[in-house]
Design a protein around this ligand. Structure first.
Ligand SMILES: *[C@@H]1O[C@H](CO)[C@@H](O)[C@H](O)[C@H]1NC(C)=O
Ligand SMILES: *[C@@H]1O[C@H](CO)[C@@H](O)[C@H](O)[C@H]1NC(C)=O
Ligand SMILES: *[C@@H]1O[C@H](CO)[C@@H](O)[C@H](O)[C@H]1NC(C)=O
Length: 375
């Protein structure tokens, strides 16, 4: 038998799976014939394949995640290939050089796969899977364009009119842009579409349109602007501007971006909850108004409680603080009036006009200032 049943692969933690879950999963020992069968399988459907050495610790750790995947992701087909039977074969056939390795095979007549890079957790692997199988660019028509534009967080549609074949170069640039967004996991929820129909008046308009349902932004640019200068740069800038959240969440990973612009930062520390959403909604207009000078951001008050303390706020609860990046001065909001767009704006105006004194950590009795904290 080429395929070992689950009961036989005791070395990998998957052996403990209930039978029902095992259906979407095959465990194969590497041999020329078993790989042939695997090739046939991957032609039919997307399939995640783990290349493992079941006796090794790292492969066993992945086994646990694989089990979680199988349990949580009912629509993902999985295989594990035990390479210990013939390591050379795995290396030669799949270009696998370390274990465990994860590949996502595409359903196609020729064998083609995507490499998984990143932390080998069930969550990250599932995220990679769903991002990978979504087509980068959808085709939209008159009947479903509205649904496309309202049903996605952010929808970017390129209208080619019916003259699409004449605009092949532009089309390729748009597709490659969509593909580049694709791999960036923080920007989930941006969908790209292509429309190829003449508009109601029968005109072949060339236009790119972006609808950002989170930020309530709707923008478009037409042919004259699109075709001047570097198209790909223009497309990229247009999409970046439309997709970037007006009030993003500040984390260790992205904070540098904000410092580099030299704008002052208005941080709102908030525990993970709907309060963040309410704040973003409340501040949207204000953030837009001061966009040129200020970054409005939210910060997870639990994760970065040290940062709140370092800026004169109480740890773990909601609080607002303005930081001038030019000189490092911080202004924690300590007024008795609740935080709202109006109260924050008057606070900002007082800071700008020098009526508000920056916070001095030394004034705090017995509390150390954590001046080195970034957030
Ligand atoms: C994927 O799993 C489903 C069961 O969820 C199964 O019906 C289907 O045949 C599997 N496809 C492949 C190629 O293994
Ligand atoms: C491993 O696979 C290679 C390539 O197919 C083959 O030449 C070799 O005999 C196999 N080794 C074993 C131990 O099966
Ligand atoms: C819109 O409809 C067309 C034609 O039926 C279809 O090919 C396309 O995939 C649909 N697009 C979306 C985003 O549903």
């Amino acid at each position: 038998m080429r395929f070992k049943t689950m009961k036989l692969c005791l070395a990998w933690t998957l052996s403990l799976l209930p039978v029902a879950l095992a259906e979407r999963h095959t465990h194969i020992e590497a041999s020329e014939s078993s790989i042939k069968v695997l090739f046939e399988e991957v032609k039919q459907d997307w399939k995640l394949v783990a290349f493992v050495l079941p006796k090794e610790e790292n492969s066993q750790a992945l086994g646990k995640e694989w089990k979680t995947l199988l349990k949580n992701e009912k629509r993902i087909n999985l295989s594990s290939l035990d390479c210990s039977a013939n390591v050379t074969l795995c290396k030669q056939t799949f270009d696998v050089h370390s274990f465990p390795t994860i590949r996502l095979f595409e359903p196609s007549s020729r064998t083609s796969y995507r490499r998984f890079r990143g932390p080998k957790t069930a969550e990250a692997i599932a995220d990679f899977y769903w991002r990978s199988i979504r087509p980068a660019v959808a085709l939209v028509n008159e009947q479903n364009i509205t649904e496309f534009q309202t049903g996605n967080n952010v929808a970017v549609v390129m209208h080619f009119g019916s003259a699409a074949p004449l605009r092949e170069e532009l089309r390729q640039e748009f597709i490659s842009l969509a593909n580049s967004y694709y791999g960036r996991s923080p920007i989930t929820g941006v969908s790209f579409g292509i429309a190829e129909y003449a508009d109601a008046e029968g005109k072949d308009k060339l236009e790119i349109e972006c609808v950002n349902n989170f930020e309530d932004i709707r923008r478009s640019i037409g042919a004259s602007e699109m075709l001047k200068g570097s198209t790909i740069e223009m497309l990229k800038r247009f999409v970046d501007e439309c997709t970037a959240p007006l009030i993003p969440e500040l984390t260790i990973r992205n904070e540098l971006v904000f410092y580099q612009t030299g704008k002052s930062i208005v941080r709102y520390f908030v525990p993970p909850s709907d309060e963040r959403k309410a704040y973003v909604k409340e501040m949207r207009l204000l953030a837009k108004k001061y966009q040129e000078y200020l970054h409005f951001v939210t910060v997870d008050a639990h994760k970065y409680s040290d940062g709140a303390r370092a800026m004169g706020l109480t740890e773990g609860v909601t609080g607002l603080v303005v930081q001038q990046t030019s000189n490092g001065a911080v202004y924690p909001y300590r007024r008795n009036i609740p935080i709202s767009a109006a109260s924050v704006e008057s606070f900002l105006v007082d800071i700008i006009q020098g009526r508000e004194k920056p916070w001095n950590p030394q004034e705090q009795t017995g509390k150390e200032a954590h001046g080195h904290d970034e957030l």
